[in-house]
Design a protein around this ligand. Structure first.
Ligand code: ADE
Ligand code: ZN
Length: 336
């Protein structure tokens, strides 16, 4: 039966991880010291790496996590900081047996605090290039837009010269939608997604993480997404599940994240078996590995421990991940 060694050797693709979510407490404190960043003094969690990790084990919701996620990234200033962050992730991912990574970053979380988009992108791009050369990991970068901010701000960032240049050069190939989900339905971003589609970009959006299954329907029908990030609440709507299975839309499921952010009480409640039985395609991902207690292989292992999947189930999952990737057919056939 599949064990950790078996899971390590599978040709894994990751489609749902936020590079800013790879910021370990160790790197956070190191960069805070280097860059003279003052962390909140009124929150005792920021005293040591240990106290911060202990706080990460007590998240109560997506928003409770996001507050730490946005404070954490305040230590990222220079291009080399972004490169170090992403390189840290690629090294973990490589030892986990990752072949291909489609990764998110949040431009607005940096531009709104005075760090330029080109600083962020040049650091992340350098790490991606190094991951390809030294680790054989191929990558695709996705700019995510923060749905708790006004849609017109998101549009402005999307249309800015440097962001447009990164789409035209192919440095960034997709857009996504993240941050607080409840009260920020997909419909708010119709214009943004219309423009991104016209520009030939791939489209994805977080939907059905904390928000209802109706957000999945509107992400598909109103935004025209090719993929759904999380999507666990799809299991509540049998008709929609049939539709998604029939059209082959990939869900990027993040099991450890769902438990830590209390979307479910335990891994067993992530609808892995339900999706397999319904023919819904999904990949297994780490979301924010430094905050949720594990990288991609830990997520695979947690799923195996909870569901006792067969070798054939794992083949189904990995095949869906490869076929649902946005890399070229040649790269896909190398991984299959
Ligand atoms: N940003 C980083 N991780 C996220 C998640 N799981 N959901 C929404 N926004 C996020
Ligand atoms: Zn996410």
């Amino acid at each position: 039966t599949p064990n950790r060694e078996f899971l390590q050797l599978l040709p894994k693709c990751e489609h749902h991880m936020h590079l800013e979510g790879a910021l370990s407490p160790t790197l956070l404190f190191k960069l805070a010291a280097q860059n003279n960043i003052t962390l909140p003094k009124d929150d005792e969690s920021f005293q040591t790496a240990e106290s911060l990790i202990a706080r990460y084990e007590r998240f109560t919701s997506l928003d409770d996590f996001l507050q730490y996620y946005y404070i954490g990234m305040s230590v990222l200033i220079h291009s080399s900081d972004f490169e170090a962050l992403a390189w840290d992730y690629f090294q973990h991912a490589s030892s986990d047996g990752l072949h291909h990574a489609e990764v998110f970053f949040d431009p607005q979380a940096h531009t709104t605090r005075g760090v330029s988009y080109s600083t962020v992108l040049s650091g992340f791009s350098a790490a991606c290039e190094r991951a390809r050369k030294e680790l054989g990991i191929t990558t695709i970068l996705t700019t995510c837009f923060l749905r708790h901010l006004p849609p017109k701000d998101c549009l402005e960032v999307f249309e800015s010269e440097e962001v447009q240049a990164s789409y035209k050069s192919g440095a960034v190939k997709a857009i996504g939608l993240d941050s607080s989900e409840l009260d920020f339905p997909p419909e708010l971003f119709t214009e943004l997604y219309g423009k991104a589609k016209k520009a030939g970009l791939r489209l994805t959006a977080h939907a059905g993480e904390e928000g209802p299954a109706t957000y999945i329907t509107s992400a598909l029908d109103v935004l025209g997404v090719d993929r759904i990030d999380h999507g666990i609440r799809l299991a509540e709507d049998a008709d929609l599940m049939k539709r998604i299975a029939a059209q082959g839309t990939l869900l990027t499921v993040c099991p450890l994240s769902n438990v830590v952010l209390r979307c479910v009480e335990k891994i067993e409640q992530v609808p892995i078996r339900t999706f397999l039985d319904a023919g819904v395609k999904f990949s297994i991902n780490s979301d924010d590995p430094a905050y949720f207690g594990g990288y991609i292989l830990d997520n695979y292992v947690a799923v195996q421990e909870a569901f006792g999947l067969s070798v054939q189930d794992w083949e189904t999952i990995c095949r869906a991940g490869i076929e649902g990737s946005w890399c070229g057919e040649e790269r896909k056939s190398e991984m299959l």
